[in-house]
Design a protein around this ligand. Sequence first.
Ligand SMILES: *[C@@H]1O[C@H](CO)[C@@H](O)[C@H](O)[C@H]1NC(C)=O
Length: 249
Amino acid sequence: MKLTSVSALFLAGLRAVDARTAYFCGDSTMAARGANDGDTDGWGAYIGKYLTIPAVNKAIGGRSARSYYNEGRFQEVANLVQPGDIVVIEFGHNDGGSPESNDNGRSDCPGAGTETCISDKTGETVYTFVFYVIQASRLFLSKGATVVLSSQTPNNQWETGTYQGAPSRFVGYQKTATKALNNPDVTFVDNFQAVSNLYLSLGRDAVNAFYPNDHTHTSPAGADAIAQAFAGAVAAGMNGTTSLTPFIK
Ligand SMILES: *[C@@H]1O[C@H](CO)[C@@H](O)[C@H](O)[C@H]1NC(C)=O
């Protein structure tokens, strides 16, 4: 082999190892400008402050794992991803309901496995949250990326005046998807629990102040606090070490 081709290979290899950008796929709770109401923001707009590598926020308001998948949004991110990059996936706020009754194009088929439903609106076969997350993860793995599956943010847990910490079923589904993938390059972080711990310690008034308009979308300060909680959970290896752990500031 000529030296030029050896060094070309070497450089290609180095570039692959060096390529480290963190991409974030999610909904309005992660998206820049949050619910686009002028008052709210998503935590993906702040996570870059806590990382030593570039963060690219690809979250889009109103999306579920299903609609992000069906619109080709995971594919768009996969087209950008280089070997060594990290993709964080977090959905759940728009995934509830049933595609079999007045399907809104976002509800996943209930269940945590290979169940399927037929959309009563379009006749489309609809899969589970776990299915869509697994497909997306495999897509990113095929590009040489690693994947961090993050559980959804809680709603305002102090809304009733007393603290309500119970997770939605989508929190468990992220863990189920992680286990089903059974790949060291796919790890789980319980962002729901990280933020819940923060909300419990901050108390009612401070947390209520994070929610200017509704119980889902946070103020910029709330979004920043969530980003910090996520980074803290990843740094501490709260649910095990992830590929993002070495890149927390
Ligand atoms: C993640 O780890 C935390 C801290 O150990 C734990 O409280 C939480 O239940 C874990 N999440 C899941 C879904 O297992």
